[in-house]
Ligand binder design. Structure first.
Ligand code: GLN
Ligand code: ZN
Length: 805
């Protein structure tokens, strides 16, 4: 008898749960974490008190997820808490702290609570880690700085401790960690790193540290760990796909193949949220296929985004040994799903040949508010944050989405009949939304359908420039501001009282008009050439318009983390957009009545309004943008009729909404530019259109900025020392430019000489006749003590440079 060796099973992975969510909001239903960290920063509480609040919040979160139907025993519940940022948590775990902060670490290389926040927020001359947008969300992460000598090893057990803490409370979580490849792809080279060094050069060190982390999680009893690798779906990281794919093969070879599942490591789920893992061929290369790439590794489960990404077809080699987590529930938007349709998608994945298919969210639920039931629903037309009652049925925030996943998972296991009522209810809700009054407004549709190319175009610039210069009679290098003046404590107090009903509409309006009058006097005293009203009446540049347009709702508690302790409450754009009445006209007309100087009206552009809202998902974004564009077009026509000769339409989010994949960018740039032109092209030649963009690195949008066809474009430029001016001209832009000469992001007051020097740089690199003089951005976050002297210096510098022309 021959002795045959029994093959060792390739993996002893536990089964992946039938349903899960990729992450959950961590700020707290009532922003408890925000309050706790801010109290700690202010020195009002100790690190121990902060940690106690954070622990309560973690516990409440995992218990809530179990209550909503996730299994407490198998790793269904994500352990996705962070006190500030998930990327910073990896920095802390690896001790990968930039040299300027290493004095804050202990002997083992760890950051305590205070030091952790110092890396996030900076201290004295030590700048914090840079912050930037997390893929196509409005969340911002901290950018790690990695050099050849950055310490990297597994020094901090925060992920393990959070797992053990939940386990002690009876919930076996699945720790959620940014994956090693994405971590490095998002990092920047540390200052002083040699030419040619790239953070990805440290992959082996990072992977070795992750291996230790996985060993520690396995030892603590974690059945699963989730490693997020969204870098795989994007063209927006600095690492090209072939290189990413090589890094993935190396990293997961070391983590999944070399470590034994169940003993050395938990089973590994790799997620790829925010887009399609497969994609159009790269220029001159092969089609990218991140799904085949991940399927070819020894990880145990792969989660794909089936909301942003296409539904894959065809057998995928290697998937047979894995669970495919079908991200069918949208983690990034607030609409209730049609569960039967989602089940069809799940069913259609059978042909891929995965070992099992589970149900998941497309992304972490970090990007949506906690709970629809935290909102107040009243009758239609109820003011403020009381929502139209029909929205209750149409919306799904994080908690509702967990329930959707649980229902879908049950249908996969027990059949659709087991959840027939839930399926019927969800289909009914989706159907009621599709036909509801206000969702489709025939008048809006008819107007959009009748648009022609002429509605998107103004006359030749030369004619406009001549008409405008005759009308406005401005000096060379005209001075202006970006719109807002400081929002003083008095303004905020008045608004808070008004919102609570303690101040009448009339008294509130009077208080804001007094503020406008004050802002006009200040600008006249300063000698600015083009005046603004200062925007005191606006709580936020998007919410203000959402409150005044049909088709939007504003929530009471729909907070979403933007970064750190900062939260935003995005409006919900649910229906066809119309302007029931003029919004800003009275404010601008009143302002104009107070001065002989030209007054600039101030609006937020369609792209920015969409970017900072939750937008309906039942029609192309471009159609929605055009509806907003038409509403703004009417507003601009009314401003023009009221005698306002200059209107600024802010588009700070133009670059933000740029799709992650290059192949998708031209279509985006086309509709975004068209919506702006639709808003702004109804005016006479003599009416001057400005736009403002909050940044100085234009990249892929530089052509689009020219395409906006604004008469004057103001941009951030002080920090980058006017580099953008010749760049913009080089890209063909040939109209007015207002490069910011005063950096409003700092409380510093720039001297006359400094501003003069910047202005001279601009005025000598291009024709000075097109240059405007303005700050980098709005002044609302500054104080008058800084604003007034800074603007004085700005005006003085303009006069000095004018004299040299
Ligand atoms: N007009 C706005 C302001 O001045 C512009 C803000 C922005 O660019 N984000 O506040
Ligand atoms: Zn700005």
């Amino acid at each position: 008898m021959s002795t045959s060796v029994t093959p060792v099973p390739a993996s002893t992975s536990p089964a992946f749960p039938g349903g899960t969510v990729l992450g959950y909001p961590r700020i707290g239903r009532r922003r408890e974490l925000k309050r706790a960290v801010e109290a700690f920063w202010a020195g009002r509480t100790t690190a121990a008190e902060l940690e106690a609040t954070a622990a309560d919040l973690r516990l409440a979160t995992v218990q809530r997820l179990v209550e909503l139907g996730l299994d407490p025993s198998d790793g269904s519940v994500p352990g996705s808490f962070s006190s500030y940022d998930q990327v910073l948590d990896v920095v802390a775990t690896l001790g990968a702290v930039p040299a300027r902060f290493t004095p804050l670490t202990d002997a083992a290389g760890r950051l305590d609570a205070a030091a952790y926040f110092t890396v996030a927020r900076g201290a004295g001359d030590d700048a914090p880690l840079e912050m930037t947008k997390w893929f196509d969300t409005n969340y911002h992460y901290l950018v790690p700085e990695i050099g050849p000598d950055t310490p990297i090893s597994f020094v901090d057990d925060r992920f393990v401790a959070a797992f053990s803490e939940a386990r002690a409370a009876g919930v076996v979580t699945r720790p959620v960690v940014v994956g090693p490849v994405t971590f490095l792809a998002l990092s920047k080279a540390a200052d002083g790193a040699p030419e040619g060094f790239r953070p990805l050069d440290r992959l082996d060190d990072v992977v070795a540290a992750y291996a230790d982390l996985l060993r520690a999680l396995a030892a603590a009893g974690a059945p699963w760990v989730q490693l997020d690798e969204p870098a795989l779906v994007t063209d927006s990281v600095d690492v090209a796909f072939p290189e990413l794919s090589d890094a993935v093969a190396r990293a997961y070879g070391a983590l999944a193949t070399d470590l034994t599942a169940g003993t050395d490591r938990p089973a590994i789920l790799v997620t790829a949220p925010f887009g399609d893992l497969r994609g159009a061929p790269l220029a001159g290369g092969d089609a990218r296929d991140g799904l085949a790439l991940l399927a070819g590794t020894d990880v145990d489960a792969v989660a794909i985004d089936l909301v942003k990404g296409a539904v894959p077809t065809g057998a995928v080699a290697g998937l047979a040994s894995k669970t495919l987590v079908a991200g069918v529930v949208d983690g990034h938007n607030v609409w209730r799903a049609d569960l039967a349709a989602k089940l069809d998608v799940v069913d259609s994945l059978a042909g891929l040949g995965a070992g099992a298919v589970a149900v998941g969210t497309s992304t972490s639920l970090l990007h949506v508010p906690h709970d629809v039931d935290d909102e107040v629903f009243g009758g239609p037309g109820t003011p403020g944050t009381v929502l139209d009652p029909r929205l209750r049925d149409w919306l799904a925030f994080a908690d509702q989405k967990v329930a959707e996943v649980v229902t879908l998972a049950r249908a996969v296991v027990d059949g659709r009949d087991a959840v027939a009522d839930a399926l019927a209810a969800s289909s009914a809700a989706v159907a009621s939304r599709a036909t509801a009054e206000g969702v489709v407004v025939p008048a809006v549709r008819d107007r959009a359908a009748a648009l022609t190319d002429d509605d998107f175009a103004r006359g030749p610039y030369a004619e406009r420039a001549a008409a405008q210069s005759a009308r406005l009679d401005l000096p060379a290098l005209p001075t202006t501001t970006i719109g807002s003046f400081p929002q003083t404590p008095e303004i905020r107090r008045a608004r808070a009282q008004w919102t609570k009903g303690q101040l009448s509409d009339a008294d509130y309006t009077t208080a804001m008009r007094e503020e406008v009058a004050r802002v006009v006097r200040i600008q006249e005293d300063l000698g600015l050439d083009v005046l603004v009203h200062g925007e005191p009446e606006r709580n936020d540049m998007v919410q203000y318009f959402a409150e005044h347009l049909d088709g939007f709702a504003v929530t009471a508690n729909g907070w979403v983390q933007s970064y750190g302790s900062r939260c935003v409450r995005p409006p919900i754009l649910w229906g066809d957009v119309q302007r029931p009445a003029p919004i800003t006209v009275e404010w601008s007309a009143y302002t104009a009545s107070l001065t002989d100087k030209p007054v600039k009206g101030m609006l937020t552009g369609p792209v920015t309004i969409l970017a900072w809202s939750f937008v309906r998902d039942d029609q192309p974004l471009g159609d929605t943008a055009n509806q907003v564009g038409l509403a703004l077009r009417d507003e601009i026509a009314d401003l023009e009729a009221a005698g306002i000769g200059i209107v600024q339409v802010d588009e700070p989010a133009l670059r933000e909404l740029l799709p992650l994949r290059r192949a998708d960018q031209p279509a985006y740039l086309d509709w975004s530019v068209r919506s702006f032109r639709l808003a702004t092209s109804g005016v006479e030649a003599g009416t001057q259109i400005h736009t403002h963009l909050c940044y100085s690195e234009f990249g892929e949008v530089i052509g689009a900025i020219d395409g906006l066809d604004a008469d004057v474009t103001s941009v951030e430029a002080a920090r980058s020392r006017m580099e953008i001016v010749p760049e913009l001209r080089g890209a063909g832009y040939a109209r007015g430019i207002g490069p910011g000469v005063y950096d409003i992001h700092s409380p510093r007051v720039p001297s006359v000489d400094e501003v003069t020097e910047l202005l001279q740089l601009a005025a000598t690199s291009i024709d000075p006749r097109v240059v405007w003089v303005n700050p980098d951005c709005g002044l609302k976050t500054r104080r008058y003590e800084e604003t007034v002297p800074s603007l004085e210096h700005l005006v003085a510098a303009a006069k000095a440079v004018r004299a040299t022309l």
